[in-house]
Design a protein. Structure first.
Length: 203
């Protein structure tokens, strides 16, 4: 686990995450980027548990997502009856697991302060905290390496405007809380894409 994680999370968090893995054993995978989620927690019929996290997340977003999913595992192991996926039980577990990591030794101040605010009442996704999304975005290497990019946050496009996302062309629709309903041009199928997702504006 430690060897796998060291390529994805801040080195200062490695030992702690290894301890969590030893205390709550699970199968872990780093997966290709997914449009609708950053990570996933799943229990199979034989009782095996799998946690996955998207490979394209920056180290701080990856770490937050990893702990988010481990919190689901803690709830699964603690309660006989299944509570709401992101209800009070999960929030409490997530807060407890994140607490040792909320220091400037792990997170830069630009991320730590909005993260601390988000952890007061964590939502199902960090997209529920625009301040945290913007802070994490500063550390996306893809954007840092291409400062003259034609990329823009989806929420900043006008309704009806075309854009490219994951190599497909969409038309922006209406905002629904933290996601925007967008229609893929080729198939005509509508998808709910995160409002803070980076997309390429069509000329």
């Amino acid at each position: 686990m430690k060897d796998l994680l060291k390529s994805y999370i801040p080195v200062e968090a490695l030992s702690y995450c290894q301890e969590l893995f030893q205390h709550y054993p699970f199968h872990f995978q780093v997966t290709r980027p997914r449009r609708t989620k950053f990570g996933d927690f799943r229990v199979f019929p034989d009782g095996q548990v799998r946690i996955t996290v998207n490979a394209d997340l920056n180290p701080y977003a990856f770490l937050i997502t990893f702990i988010h999913e481990v919190a689901h595992l803690v709830v699964h192991r603690t309660y006989r009856r299944r509570p709401q996926p992101h209800g009070k039980a999960w929030q409490t577990a997530f807060q407890k697991l994140m607490q040792p990591l909320l220091t400037e030794q792990v997170f830069p101040a630009a991320v730590l302060y909005p993260l601390q605010a988000y952890m007061l009442r964590p939502a199902a996704t960090t997209s529920g905290s625009p301040a945290l999304v913007q802070a994490l975005r500063q550390y996306d290497s893809q954007l840092q390496s291409d400062p003259v990019s034609n990329q823009v946050s989806l929420k900043d496009l006008s309704e009806g405007q075309s854009f490219v996302f994951r190599k497909k062309i969409y038309v922006r629709g209406a905002l629904r809380r933290t996601r925007v309903v967008c229609k893929e041009v080729d198939s005509g199928v509508s998808y709910a894409i995160l409002a803070h997702a980076w997309v390429d504006r069509c000329e």
